[in-house]
Design a protein around this ligand. Sequence first.
Ligand SMILES: Nc1ncnc2c1ncn2[C@@H]1O[C@H](COP(=O)(O)OP(=O)(O)O)[C@@H](O)[C@H]1O
Ligand SMILES: [Mg+2]
Length: 318
Amino acid sequence: MSDVTDTGAKPGGEVDDDAEVPAVGGIVAELRHMSAEERARHEAEVAEVVAPDREIEVGVGDTLLAMRDVTLRFGGLVALDSVSFEIKRGEILGLIGPNGAGKTTCFNVITGVYRPTAGQVLLEGHPLGRRKRYAITQLGIARTFQNIRLFNEMTALENVVVGADARHRTSVLGALVRGPRHHREERQAVERAMALLEFVGIADRAADKAKNLPYGYQRRLEIARALATEPKLLCLDEPAAGFNPAEKEGLMELIRTIRDDGYTVLLIEHDMRLVMGVTDRIVVLEFGKKIAAGLPAEIRENPAVIAAYLGVPDDGVA
Ligand SMILES: Nc1ncnc2c1ncn2[C@@H]1O[C@H](COP(=O)(O)OP(=O)(O)O)[C@@H](O)[C@H]1O
Ligand SMILES: [Mg+2]
């Protein structure tokens, strides 16, 4: 699997590393000199740019995505065994379970990396069927990866512009690199990407190459890039992996903000305490089977869940 197909973006090799990115220095510099009041006003404007026509009005609670009896076999191994659950619009659904339970595989099925051996995934009632990854991105499902995947030689800002590109027909990145043809689209894309970087808290490093960003910034950049595709459903695969407790808390705060902004979030997280604090509902997998689903408080008391997690350290790597 390459980054290229995962984002539906152009190969990183085609991009001129030294291409000038307009306006970055300006915005970043301005932000540094704002008063608290100016900053608050600016943040409201940012929220508007980040999500201009999101359907915040739609009823929370109708089903956005449904897994129906999804089975996935890898040769003799049953990675998912007739798994069914629903994600409601506007919620944060936690997907938990020990190492090898099938959590990432679940994401891979939802985002079209693998096709189910049996069963279906439905988005807003429509089966995803044999759609390819880019088509599923365009339908409104975005993800981050358990192992960070960024275009290392591109700046943070460019990585997000590429994310927006995965959604739109015309190549905004192409326009960026090639020149004056799509100035308006180009400016809007850069503005929106910049707003997303701010939203996830890393605007101060917008002009740095992804490979030079601190680890925590890279994780947040992945989220910004996923949000750039304007997803209805944002799937986060262990976004806090490798974080210390304070960083984890910061990230959970961001995930809450993302949800409060009207997005629906599917969160894979290995740390039980963390997932209890941020999710509305939780689905538990073990050996490819759903063993429980319910409110965090119910899951915490569930004997099957406790048994599944016994002996698994909180900071285990899934
Ligand atoms: N591409 C693959 N080929 C074969 N086996 C796989 C593949 N991807 C995952 N698996 C297996 O499927 C099971 C579930 O893996 P995964 O979904 O990554 O678990 P989790 O994310 O819950 O730790 C594991 O036994 C894993 O080894
Ligand atoms: Mg995993």
